[in-house]
Design a protein around this ligand. Structure first.
Ligand code: ADP
Length: 478
């Protein structure tokens, strides 16, 4: 049955005042699953006005009151996990049992952690030059955020902003892509039930034009963006003097050194390439293996690749579902053709799989002898592909790893402690993981790109959502 979704604006469910809507079909079945209204400028203005009022109120709440609100959300969320995970699989395509349930479970953790963090978010008393002067700092909410979020984790990524943002007294207007907004709108019912002040969280799905109307809006104080570097660059050039958290593309290299546990490295590399069908900013997008262990690694990888079971994401046996959208599938097609043309060798996969209800199901792919100048090595593919590149020695491996504009999360496999630090000290990446997949993260992990890359600056701690205010007292001289 086709769902007619509503926008969640200023604490109310509304069809909005626009005269257009989006019609969305499932990547799993191809069926038309929902319609969602396209917001008008008046709808956006209303959300911003309500958000300003809500943050003005919440800035006076104690940290403990905001933490209680977050815990109420966390508790109510638990009852919705299966239902929301089912919707997530329907609209996004990730396997229900293998991924979607964990995804929605973990998304709630942002509220629990934010509730803990905010209670310990203290300012400082700063020494002064005058005996009669006292100076201290307090954390204030930044104000109203526009959170512009992607389709690969349509609930989790918005919560990376909403959890800590709400805990620190901010309002947030979340703009998910129109084609993955159903699960998020479903979970917004929890916000309502938990007693989130009207307007403190609004959800306005839409494409780039709605995003642009938000990030350029004068009533928006800050922008949280997770998406591609190209869109991020456009947003930065348009938004003016707004605070921001910009989390963008990665092309995470994994280096397999000569002394690595090859079996473990192969399994982690395969996992990092097929999890969420490779549609993850920290996916294992480039595998750099030292010549000495190349053949052994390829053999282990081919064996490890047998674990991938592409299929209906509602089948418990499936661990890889379809790609989410045609743009991503077409990028994969382009990257495969380019790699072959440049002399790479496809060991398994390399094309869309037949026999499924849509043509978004893509075979798990391993490519060897990938030249550095190929698109699959240079760009983020965002599909289920493991490209294998070679390096002569450790120095060469670092050089190959760093020849990218996208330094988000790297991994290195080695059993030598000094070598692990050799790589961590040299790879230009926001995070370096030793002996595990690039697809490894903790909810509270500081996360963002390395300076000098096109990956952005991400978020470190809950204080990213606050303004530090300095208060200075001049006392009577007694
Ligand atoms: P992808 O290419 O993976 O879809 P994008 O970076 O284009 O990633 O999209 C990430 C988010 O940015 C989505 O919510 C999208 O609608 C939004 N977006 C796209 N273009 C713009 C824009 N010009 N201004 C603001 N948001 C945008």
């Amino acid at each position: 049955m086709v769902q007619d979704l509503k926008l969640f604006i200023a604490g109310e469910w509304t069809e909005g005042t626009g005269d257009d809507h989006y019609e969305i079909s499932s990547p799993v079945t191809g069926e038309h699953i929902y319609n969602v209204p396209k917001a008008s400028q008046a709808d956006i203005d209303r959300a911003v006005t309500a958000a300003r009022e809500a943050t003005e109120e919440m800035r006076h709440w104690t940290a403990f009151e905001r933490a209680d609100l977050c815990i109420r959300i966390y508790d109510l969320w638990q009852e919705q996990i299966d239902e929301v995970a089912r919707i997530l699989t329907t609209e996004q395509g990730k396997p229900f049992a293998e991924e979607a349930v964990d995804d929605i479970t973990e998304s709630a953790d942002y509220f629990q952690i934010a509730a803990e963090d905010v209670k310990r978010l203290s300012g400082e008393v700063i020494p002064t030059t005058e005996r009669t002067r006292r100076m201290f700092t307090v954390h204030r909410p930044v104000g109203v955020w526009a959170a512009i979020t992607p389709w690969n984790f349509p609930v989790m990524i918005p919560m990376e902003y909403v959890g800590p943002g709400l805990a620190t007294g901010n309002s947030l207007i979340v703009k998910p892509p129109e084609f993955t907004c159903w699960a998020l709108l479903e979970i917004a019912k929890v916000f309502e039930e938990a007693g989130v002040p009207k307007g403190a969280i609004s959800v306005i799905p839409g494409a780039g034009d709605i995003g642009e109307a938000l990030v350029t809006h004068r009533g928006i104080d800050a922008v949280g963006f997770t998406g591609s570097s190209a869109t991020g660059a456009r947003i930065v050039s348009k938004m003016g003097l707004k605070r921001s958290i910009m989390e963008m593309s990665g092309n995470g290299p994994t280096v397999v050194t000569a002394d690595a546990d090859i079996q473990k490295a192969a399994e982690a590399a395969v996992y990092g390439a097929y999890y969420n069908a490779g549609q993850v900013c920290v996916a294992t997008e480039r595998l750099i293996v030292l010549d000495e262990v190349h053949d052994e690694f390829v053999e282990a990888t081919m064996k490890a690749a047998e674990v991938v079971r592409l299929g209906d994401p509602f089948d418990d046996h499936t661990n890889m579902g379809p790609l989410n959208n045609q743009a991503t599938a077409q990028k994969m097609d382009r990257h495969m053709a380019d790699a072959v043309e440049r002399g790479a060798e496809i060991l398994v996969g390399g094309k869309r799989a037949g026999g499924f209800p849509t043509d978004l199901y893509y075979e798990f792919t391993v490519i060897d002898k990938v030249p550095e100048d190929s698109a699959v090595s240079q760009e983020e593919s965002f599909g289920p592909v493991l490209p294998i590149l070679s390096a002569r020695d450790d120095e060469d491996a670092v050089a190959v790893a760093n020849r990218t504009r996208l330094g988000l999360q790297a991994a290195v496999f080695t059993n030598d402690l000094s070598k692990a630090f050799y790589y961590a000290d040299r790879i230009r990446s926001g995070t370096v993981i030793v002996n595990d997949s690039t697809d490894t993260w903790e909810t509270f992990q500081p996360f963002g790109g390395a300076a000098g890359t096109d990956t952005g600056w991400g978020r470190q701690r809950i204080d990213d959502f606050t303004d530090l205010q300095t208060i200075v007292f001049s006392l009577r001289d007694e």
